[in-house]
Write a protein that binds this ligand. Structure first.
Ligand SMILES: NC(=O)c1ccc[n+]([C@@H]2O[C@H](COP(=O)([O-])OP(=O)(O)OC[C@H]3O[C@@H](n4cnc5c(N)ncnc54)[C@H](O)[C@@H]3O)[C@@H](O)[C@H]2O)c1
Ligand SMILES: [Zn+2]
Length: 412
C-alpha cells in the first residue's frame, strides 16, 4: 500500500490530542481511586507485552498487571490482527510512538472486571468469561469524520494499540492481557468465533462502504457490481455484497490466487487485468462478464490512482461508484470529468473507516457470512504466537499472505 506518512501522522496526532496525553497511572490509594471489589478469576501477577522498542524490533516485556478499578476490565488476549498501520509503525515509526504496545484489531476474554461494569457500549450485559473487542471511537471532535458522532449510549473514548507507552503498559492487543479502562468503547461479541472476532475491524470498513454505496439508491438486489482490487479489503467487500444477496459480482485484479479466492467469497466472474491490454480491452472484459452490460455499481478497493481512473469506464451511465481504496494519500488520479463523471451522471461516494453503528452491523454480517458458508476465516493466512511478532510483521510487509494474525495458542 502506498502511504503518505504525513496524513497518517495527522490522524494519530488527532487521536493523541483527543486523549489529552492521558499517560498518568491512576491506581491505588494515591489517586483516591478505590478498588473495593472486582469480579473474576485469579490472574497471574505479570503479563507479557510485545513492546515495539525500536524500528523493526518488538521485545517481549513483562509488566505487573495493574489493580482492576471499579470501572475497569482486564481481558485475556486470544488474538489480534496485524493492520497496515501496525506494519507502517513497525517499519518507520512515523508517529514517534516508540516505545509502544501496538495491536488494535484484538479480541479476548474478560477475566476480571470492576463492580461498576455492567453493560457494553451497545447496552449488552457484560460478565467475566465474555468475549470482547474494543473499538476506536472519537466522539468529541467534529472535525474527525471517521465516526458517527451522533450515537448515544457510549461513554468516553479510549484507544488501544496506537498510543505511546504509559505506566499501565498493557495498552495494546499484542500482549497476554489488555487493561481496558472505564469508559472505553467495548463490545460483547461472545456469539462470534475467534477468527470472526479478529476480522471485525477490517470488516467494519466494508460494511460502512456498502452503507455509503446504498445512499446512492443504485445498489439493488439484482445489480451488476464490479469490485476492483482483491486484497483483504476487496475480498471482504465481495463477501458483504454476497451476504446481502447480490450475485452479479465481477472481481478485477492481477493476482490469480486472489481472484480464485474472490470466487469462493461470492464473486460470480473474475477478470485478470494481465489478460487484457489497455483500458478498452479491460472494459470489454468487464462488460462481457455481465453478458454485454456495464456495471450498475463499482467498488474501488486498490490504493492505485490509475485504478481509480480506470474504474469509471466499467460503469454504465447513471451508475454508482464507491471509492474506498485510499485510506491515506496515494497520489493524484487523472480522470476526464466530462466523459467519466458529468456526461455519464455517475453517483460517486467516498468511504473512510466506519461509524459505531457499522460496528454493530458487522457482528451480524459475520454471523450471516458464516451461515451461508463463506470461508471468511481463510482470509487469515498466517497465525503467529506472540513471541514471533517480529516475523508476523515482516510477513505482513512482504505481502505474501492476506490477513496476518497473532493468535494465542490453545491452553496458554
Ligand atoms: N476506506 C478505508 O477506510 C480503508 C480502510 C482500510 C484500507 N483501505 C485501503 O484499501 C486499499 C486496499 O487494501 P488491501 O488491504 O486490500 O490492500 P492490498 O494491497 O492487499 O490489495 C490491493 C489489491 O489491488 C490489486 N490492484 C492493484 N492495482 C490494481 C489495478 N490497477 N486494477 C485492479 N487491481 C489492482 C492488487 O493486485 C491487490 O490484490 C488500500 O489502499 C488501503 O489503504 C481503506
Ligand atoms: Zn486497523
Amino acid at each position: 500500500m502506498s502511504v503518505n506518512e504525513k496524513d497518517v501522522e495527522l490522524i494519530v496526532k488527532q487521536i493523541l490530542n483527543q486523549m489529552g496525553g492521558s499517560s498518568a497511572l491512576n491506581t491505588g490509594s494515591e489517586s483516591g481511586k478505590s478498588y473495593s471489589r472486582t469480579y473474576g478469576a485469579s490472574v497471574p501477577e505479570k503479563a507479557r507485552v510485545a513492546m515495539l522498542v525500536d524500528k523493526e524490533r518488538f521485545e517481549i516485556k513483562e509488566f505487573p498487571i495493574p489493580e482492576v478499578g471499579d470501572d475497569d476490565i482486564l481481558v485475556k488476549v486470544e488474538g489480534c490482527g496485524v493492520c497496515g498501520t501496525d506494519a507502517h509503525e513497525f517499519k518507520r515509526d512515523p508517529f514517534g510512538l516508540i516505545p509502544v504496545a501496538l495491536g488494535h484489531e484484538g479480541t479476548g476474554e474478560i477475566v476480571k472486571m470492576g463492580k461498576n461494569v455492567k453493560k457494553d457500549s451497545a447496552g449488552k450485559d457484560l460478565h467475566v468469561g465474555d468475549k470482547v473487542v474494543t473499538c476506536m471511537i472519537f466522539q468529541d471532535d467534529p472535525e474527525i469524520t471517521m465516526f458517527d458522532l451522533n450515537k448515544q449510549n457510549v461513554g468516553a473514548a479510549d484507544v488501544y494499540g496506537l498510543l505511546p507507552d504509559d505506566d499501565y503498559h498493557l495498552n495494546g492487543w499484542f500482549s497476554d492481557y489488555i487493561f481496558v479502562r472505564g469508559g472505553s468503547t467495548i463490545f460483547n461479541v461472545s456469539d462470534l468465533d475467534l477468527d470472526s472476532r479478529v476480522l471485525i475491524e477490517p470488516c467494519a470498513v466494508l460494511v460502512h462502504a456498502v452503507e455509503r454505496a446504498k445512499t446512492t439508491g443504485i445498489l439493488r438486489f439484482n445489480s451488476r457490481v464490479v469490485v476492483q482490487g482483491c486484497g483483504p479489503i476487496g475480498l471482504i467487500c465481495i463477501a458483504v455484497l454476497r451476504t446481502m444477496g447480490i450475485q452479479n459480482i465481477t472481481a478485477v485484479d492481477g493476482n490469480a490466487k486472489r481472484l480464485e479466492f474472490a470466487k469462493r467469497l461470492g464473486a460470480d466472474k473474475t477478470v485478470d487485468f494481465n489478460d487484457h491490454q489497455g483500458i478498452e480491452a479491460l472494459t470489454k472484459a468487464v462488460e462481457d462478464s455481465f453478458g454485454g452490460h456495464l456495471a450498475d455499481f463499482a467498488f474501488q478497493c486498490t490504493g492505485n490512482p490509475k485504478a481509480h481512473a480506470n474504474i469509471y469506464k466499467f460503469i454504465r451511465n447513471g451508475g454508482g461508484l464507491c471509492e474506498l481504496g485510499f485510506f491515506v494519500n496515494g497520489g493524484d488520479a487523472t480522470i476526464n470529468p466530462h466523459f467519466d463523471l458529468c456526461s455519464k451522471e455517475i453517483n460517486l461516494v467516498g468511504s473512510w473507516v466506519y461509524t459505531l453503528r457499522d460496528y454493530g452491523t458487522t457482528f451480524d454480517f459475520l454471523k450471516r457470512a458464516k451461515a451461508i458458508g463463506l470461508p471468511l476465516s481463510e482470509l487469515i493466512t498466517h497465525r503467529f504466537p506472540l513471541e514471533e511478532i517480529n516475523e508476523a510483521l515482516k510477513t505482513n510487509l512482504a505481502m505474501t499472505g492476506l490477513k496476518i494474525a497473532i493468535i494465542t495458542p490453545p491452553g496458554r
